[in-house]
Write a protein that binds this ligand. Structure first.
Ligand code: ADP
Ligand code: MG
Length: 323
């Protein structure tokens, strides 16, 4: 027998609710009631994942649940915010209990990891679509914004770039990857790691930040535009995974790193004087490294320099809806 909307909520979403003391009313009434800590600003982000557009139809329900929350947390990380509450609007083609169970397990993984509470949502029938809203806190005088980059600042990214794009190319049969590396690279696509602790630390250091969802060139472009500056990147400094390096040639790797979406790494700028400090803290404190890839300049536009010192032209600039 198939479950109705209320049974789905009661059986699957109410049990994973959690118990934060700042949630005064969670799932079960007409709306949630929460109490932000005194002196903190509320930060909110929302993201929709549509089956077949934001993830391939064959994606496992666990990965869908995981990724839907991860991409939202990535937005809060890029603001330097501490995440707290989550709302979930779920549109399902059918009430498939096996699917729901795994979807909740994926979601739950990140809810637990970051001590978040699912405080409400909506459940409807239709083509598979997941919308998640995350809320978090930011002290009055802190935050990471796109508009603070200054000429002379250094540009950094966390992690490796282009792996998610490589995974997608693999799923679309455009590249082949050794069997022993397939799992690693698919994980990078299906289970991106939101750089939450890195964002929290960087809010005291970075002059600007953004998360890389549409490809470095496009997302750094937003920082440059918002800050009224330009930049030069050195292609040989783009961080590439070992799988990337052995799977495609250098040029192809740069294209993926610069234009393929879904990496969910952070791109941030810092005053040049902070370089060694930032590199040391990343090495000591975080699970991911950071890499200096270029410099902010007064001259507008994004310039890419290849190892021979020549300018490099991209064949495309990154993913845009309605593009
Ligand atoms: P209403 O009809 O008043 O909008 P619903 O029946 O949609 O109420 O929801 C009942 C409760 O269950 C609400 O607290 C709502 O936030 C919660 N809820 C509904 N769907 C979800 C979901 N997918 N995830 C989490 N909470 C949900
Ligand atoms: Mg409702």
């Amino acid at each position: 027998m198939s479950l109705n909307e209320f049974e789905i909520i009661k059986n699957y979403f109410q049990p994973i609710e959690g118990s934060r003391s700042d949630v005064k009313m969670g799932i079960g009434d007409d709306a949630a009631v929460v109490l932000p800590p005194p002196g903190q600003r509320l930060v909110m982000a929302i993201d929709t994942l549509v089956a077949g557009i934001h993830f391939p139809q064959q994606t496992t329900p666990y990965d869908i649940g995981y990724k839907a929350l991860a991409v939202n947390l990535s937005d809060l990380a890029a603001m330097g915010a501490e995440p707290s509450w989550v709302l979930l609007a779920l549109t399902l083609p059918e009430a498939d209990e096996a699917w729901l169970k795994k979807f909740c397990a994926g979601l739950n993984h990140l809810l637990h990891e970051y001590r978040l509470q699912l405080i409400g949502g909506d459940t409807t029938r239709g083509p598979l679509t997941i919308t998640i809203q995350t809320c978090g806190f930011l002290p009055l005088d802190k935050g990471l914004f796109r508009n603070g980059a200054k000429p002379g600042d250094l540009i950094f990214v966390t992690g490796d770039l282009g792996d998610a794009g490589l995974a997608l190319s693999f799923l679309q049969n455009q590249v082949s990857i050794p069997v022993s590396d397939q799992e690693t690279i698919l994980q990078r696509f299906n289970r991106p790691t939101p750089r939450v602790p890195e964002g929290l630390w960087l809010r005291d250091i970075a002059s600007a930040a953004i998360d890389i969802s549409d490809g470095l060139a496009a997302d750094l472009g937003h920082v440059l535009q918002a800050s009224g500056v330009g930049a030069t990147l050195k292609l040989q400094d783009l961080p590439l995974s070992s799988v990337m390096k052995k799977t495609v040639n250098e040029q192809h790797a740069w294209e993926l790193a610069l234009t393929a979406g879904d990496d969910y790494e952070l791109c941030f700028t810092i005053p040049a004087t902070q370089r060694t400090y930032v590199e040391r803290i990343f090495a000591e404190k975080f699970t991911t490294r950071c890499q200096c890839i270029g410099v902010i300049e007064e001259k507008l536009g994004l310039r890419l320099i290849n190892p021979t010192g020549d300018f490099f032209q991209l064949s495309n600039k990154g993913y845009t809806h309605f593009g």
